[in-house]
Write a protein that binds this ligand. Structure first.
Ligand SMILES: Cc1cc2nc3c(=O)[nH]c(=O)nc-3n(C[C@H](O)[C@H](O)[C@H](O)COP(=O)(O)O)c2cc1C
Length: 378
């Protein structure tokens, strides 16, 4: 296959190279996957204004997210089990993001640990926190993120209980995992993936095993994870975490105007308008569908970011035009990783940068920081 030209082609290549259960884990949403599909579809419904005879030289995509410089306003989303798309996935993705000058966000549920990622990067990365019931473990995670000099904490709010994805259940990706000969066969038919996986030590949840109480093997890990998400998480807990962390804080998983107003009052540095990539509340609106209302309500009080459904530079431009100061990509970088390892993550970022640059120019803008709602067609 020739070099992928867009994220759709990277996805097709990842499908051929990653065992089905892990490809499906990325390419799935909750229940009917309606919200997952809406995240992408609603971007297509937004149309851009084509402008002509404006100076398109000397363009710049450089911006800031929470005051930190970024070469373009696109960060990598925190994604669990990334090291299962490709061996050492989090380390490879973090290195690609660092070289590109965009933030990498490490998930609590990563395969490579905070320390693994810190050991292969020079610049600070961001850490995503799930507030587990075991608050000693949470405190320990925050201390480890501080020790690794993480420059932002991304606190995920939309996973107090787990949504259900049918594909994962069918593929045995449940707690505890239920692997049948069919699933072993799925791995055996991806020999390169298997070889790399056999060479690495990193095949379990690196931030958890050896750090959480009574978690030593896959079985104890599965039951621990299943019980640990906290259904009683509250705004008071957000204040506690903010205090404990003491650094830049981003609240992830806001999809409602009232929640955005509450979030703005916490003193956090940014919110991410997000529905967890359509993996939690099926039937919720798309992120891009909610963005304008949330920006209108709180955009002058807190920085607003967006994730969900971004598959191209055109999508990034639309989100920025509708008021997001920064965006995140989840699946696009996972497809790159599954298709071609670290080089695939770089390719995903290059594809999006090129599309963003050309689209911005054809809309008559030279600086991403000058892009506003006037690039959107009525
Ligand atoms: C495979 C996968 C795993 C994810 N794991 C996490 C996670 O551990 N923590 C988290 O806050 N969000 C997680 N998310 C949600 C992403 O951070 C992000 O909100 C979403 O992927 C954005 O949508 P997109 O994939 O359409 O870009 C995950 C998403 C995917 C696709």
């Amino acid at each position: 296959m020739s070099k992928p030209l867009d994220i759709r082609e990277l996805k097709a290549l990842a499908k051929r190279r990653v065992p089905k259960m892990f490809f499906d884990y990325a390419d799935s949403g909750a229940w009917t996957e309606g919200t997952y599909r809406a995240n992408e579809a609603d971007f297509h419904d937004i149309k851009l204004r084509q402008r002509v005879l404006v100076d398109m030289t000397n363009r710049s995509l450089a911006s800031t997210m929470i005051g930190q410089p970024v070469s373009m306003p696109v960060a990598l989303s925190p994604t669990g089990l990334t090291g299962m798309q490709h061996a050492d996935g989090e380390m490879l993705a973090a290195q690609a993001a660092e070289a590109f000058g965009v933030p990498f966000t490490l998930s609590t549920m990563s395969i490579c640990s905070i320390e693994d990622v810190a050991s292969v990067t020079k610049k600070p990365f961001w850490f995503q926190l799930y507030v587990m019931r075991d608050r000693d473990f949470v405190k320990n995670l925050i201390d480890r993120a501080k020790a690794a000099k993480c420059s932002a904490l991304v606190l995920t709010l939309d996973l107090q209980i787990l949504g259900q994805r049918h594909k994962d259940l069918r593929n045995g990706l449940s707690a505890p995992p239920k692997f049948t000969p069919k699933h072993i066969w799925q791995m055996a038919t991806r020999p390169l993936w298997c070889m790399r996986m056999l060479k690495t030590q990193r095949r379990s949840f690196g931030n958890i095993v050896g750090h959480a109480k009574n978690v030593s093997d896959l079985s104890s890990l599965s039951s621990w994870t299943a019980e640990q998400f906290d259904p009683q998480l509250s705004w008071e807990n957000v204040a506690e975490i903010k205090e404990m962390w003491g650094g830049p804080l981003i609240l992830k998983g806001i999809l409602d105007v009232e929640d955005a107003q509450m979030a703005a009052r916490t003193g956090a540095d940014a919110i991410i308008v997000s529905n967890h990539g359509g993996r939690q509340l099926d039937g919720a609106r798309s992120s891009i569908g909610m963005l304008p209302r949330i920006v209108d309500a709180v955009g002058d009080k807190i920085e607003v970011h967006l994730d969900g459904g971004i598959r191209s530079g055109q999508d990034v431009l639309k989100a920025i035009a509708l008021g997001a100061k920064g965006t995140y990509i989840g699946r696009p970088f996972l497809y790159g990783l599954g298709a071609m390892g670290g080089q695939g993550v770089t390719l995903a970022l290059e594809i999006i940068r090129k599309e963003l640059d050309i689209t911005m120019a054809l809309c008559g803008k030279r600086d991403i920081r000058d892009v506003s709602r006037d690039v959107i067609s009525d």
